[in-house]
Ligand binder design. Structure first.
Ligand code: ITT
Length: 206
């Protein structure tokens, strides 16, 4: 079966392809399916946004679709930047500017606890959907470190380690990350469903 990956973020696409390894499923990027609509991410939760992205693109393409909505929540900032993670420092999206704003907001703050959240939504062409959620706890470093990964990786140190995500190779990050956790759960929970879709027995995620 073909599964449309409803994200325009190339870093996420790579991580999803690395982790969601299902034999019956051919993963298709949005660049391979012209004419898809832009989705405005105006939800107040990661679940709302992930479902909206997956359902909109599944309906438009007539394919099953998988979307990721994710972000960082800093404890001392009441969960900021949260669903606003991508555009925290405004448009155009700049990862260094987002990191600088976060470090600025946390200047002099001793509670540096934070967590990454990743919601993956799976939608069928009829508009039905399911979600899984992955979390990764850690803390915000005092300064950016490392050049791997994307987004807030240079300022995020996962629990139990001293290196930021940006100082790790992809495999180590995937083992610990919110996206890794969500995708492993997706693979477990949805394997049979996707097999049914591939065999023509299942037509809806409802
Ligand atoms: P799509 O909506 O097309 O999937 P996006 O980048 O706009 O791409 P989101 O709205 O879900 O995605 O924003 C997620 C932001 O959260 C992302 O831009 C990063 O700033 C941050 N983020 C999410 N996962 C991350 C990770 O694994 N490492 C670092 N930052 C991450």
């Amino acid at each position: 079966m073909r599964l449309l990956l409803a994200t325009r973020n190339a870093h996420k696409l790579r991580e999803i392809r690395e982790i969601l390894d299902l034999p019956e499923v051919e993963l298709i990027g949005t660049d391979e399916w012209p004419g898809l609509p832009e989705v405005e991410e105006d939800g107040l939760t990661f679940v709302e946004n992930a479902v909206k992205k997956a359902v909109t693109l599944a309906r438009a393409a007539g394919l099953w679709a998988l979307a990721d909505d994710s972000g960082l929540e800093a404890q001392a900032l009441g969960g900021e930047p949260g669903v606003y993670s991508a555009r925290y420092a405004g448009e155009p999206v700049s990862y260094p500017a987002n990191n600088a704003k976060l470090l600025d907001r946390l200047a002099g703050v001793t509670d540096r606890r934070a967590r990454f959240v990743c919601v993956i939504a799976l939608a069928s062409p009829d508009g039905a959907s399911r979600t899984v959620t992955g979390l990764c706890g850690g803390r915000i470093s005092l300064a950016p470190r490392g050049a791997n990964g994307f987004g807030y990786d240079p300022v995020f140190v996962p629990d139990g380690l001293d290196r930021t995500f940006a100082e790790m190779d992809a495999e180590s990050k995937n083992r610990l990350s919110h996206r890794g956790a969500a995708l492993r759960q997706a693979r477990e929970e949805w394997r049979e469903l996707l097999r049914g879709v591939a065999a023509g027995r299942v037509t809806s995620a409802a």
